[in-house]
Design a protein around this ligand. Structure first.
Ligand SMILES: [Zn+2]
Ligand SMILES: [Zn+2]
Length: 364
């Protein structure tokens, strides 16, 4: 067994900056690939683990919205080739379980087995295992993936834009097309105009939604949302549901919550038309509960649902993302609002607080 020295940004203590450390990465086992990192998006989930809002065992390497190129394969039967660019996914699928064959690859029943391995991927200088967010750990020079978690990408999308496909675009776009099946008859509202939200807005535009209402606290984000295809924008605050009804009498057909709070999830439900569907995407704190207006539930046919990671079907979705990008319809370039070197990763996290920010991307 050999291990490769990799430079990693390690979370040693919640709330402390990430520390650049040399760690030791295992060789790929049969069925795995080693990936040399090209770019990683800083996602709010990473931030929530880094600041302790969400729990994770420490030490840990975060980073799950990541693109890289294959630097080694675990066996010669691998479907991947050295040098191939791949998007990492935290929802690898076996392709043959009941959920996979039913088209719900993100709910694969064997995802844990797909990720399982006989020894830790990454260890520190003393040989202690280091945790990896989503079994990826993309905030490092290199990382290991099961083959099923490495989705090939063509060469039409640059690295910094390409990494977004793995989390915020997969989630926001997927929720619209797979989760809620938005079409031309639908009026849509999107609460939260960060990476996931603007991906949802663009998908709703591409799907032909008749009306797209963007909702956020920050006027800067609302201005950007218009550029991505929002037909109307509303600043969060009092009377939000009434203001949505002013734009769409009776309420919206499909709403999307991309904030991660029980209050905004409840609002997403309240602004629905009587047969509408609310899709909750933001990561909620463990144990939190959403209080629904019972009258609206009983007196209508409203539904509220999840769409974990956009109910993605990444091997099928990625070529579509590439086609929409080439056609100018999926504007990934405008989603990258700042770029940082790996050494500047903590500055990148600080930049996420900028109300104008959509995605900060670290490039290797
Ligand atoms: Zn993410
Ligand atoms: Zn499966």
């Amino acid at each position: 067994m050999t291990r490769t020295a990799v430079r990693s940004a390690v979370l040693l203590r919640a709330g402390a900056p990430l520390e650049l450390r040399e760690l030791h990465l295992d060789d790929p086992l049969p069925g795995e690939v080693r990936v040399r990192t090209l770019a990683a998006g800083l996602c709010h989930s990473d931030l929530h683990y880094a600041d302790g809002t969400l729990p994770i065992e420490l030490p840990a390497v975060l980073g799950h919205e990541v693109i890289g190129e294959i630097s080694a394969v675990g066996d010669e039967r691998s479907a991947h080739r050295i040098g191939e660019r791949v998007i990492a996914t935290i929802t690898p699928s076996c392709g043959s379980c009941a959920r996979c064959v039913a088209g719900s690859a993100a709910q694969c029943l064997r995802a844990a087995q797909v990720r399982q391995r006989s020894r830790p991927k990454l260890v520190d200088g003393e040989g202690r295992a280091v945790q990896l967010l989503g079994s990826i750990g993309g905030f490092a020079d290199q990382f290991l993936l099961p083959e099923a978690a490495a989705v090939p990408l063509g060469d039409g999308i640059p690295d910094a834009e390409g990494c977004l496909l793995g989390c915020c675009v997969a989630t926001g776009f997927g929720a619209v097309v797979h989760g809620a099946a938005v079409g031309p008859l639908d009026a849509v509202a999107v609460i939260g105009c960060g990476g996931v939200g603007v991906a949802a807005i663009q998908a709703a535009r591409i799907a032909g939604a008749r009306r797209i209402i963007a909702i956020d606290l920050h006027p800067e984000k609302l201005e950007r949302a218009r550029g991505f295809g929002a037909t109307d924008v509303l600043r969060s605050g009092d009377d939000l549901v009434r203001r949505v009804h002013e734009i769409c009498p009776g309420g919206v057909d499909k709403s999307f919550e991309a904030v991660g709070s029980p209050a905004t999830a409840a609002l997403a439900f309240e602004m629905l038309a009587s047969n509408g569907v609310a899709t909750v995407l933001g990561l909620e704190r463990p144990g939190s509960a959403i209080a629904l207006n019972a009258e609206l539930l009983i007196e209508g046919d409203r539904r509220i649902q999840g769409a974990y990671m956009g109910a993605n079907q990444l091997p099928r979705d990625i070529p579509s993302f590439e086609a929409h990008y080439r056609a100018g319809a999926l504007q990934l370039d405008r989603m990258v609002t700042s770029r940082w070197s790996f050494e500047q990763i903590n500055e990148g996290f600080a930049a996420m607080a900028d109300p104008d920010a959509i995605r900060a991307v670290v490039e290797w």
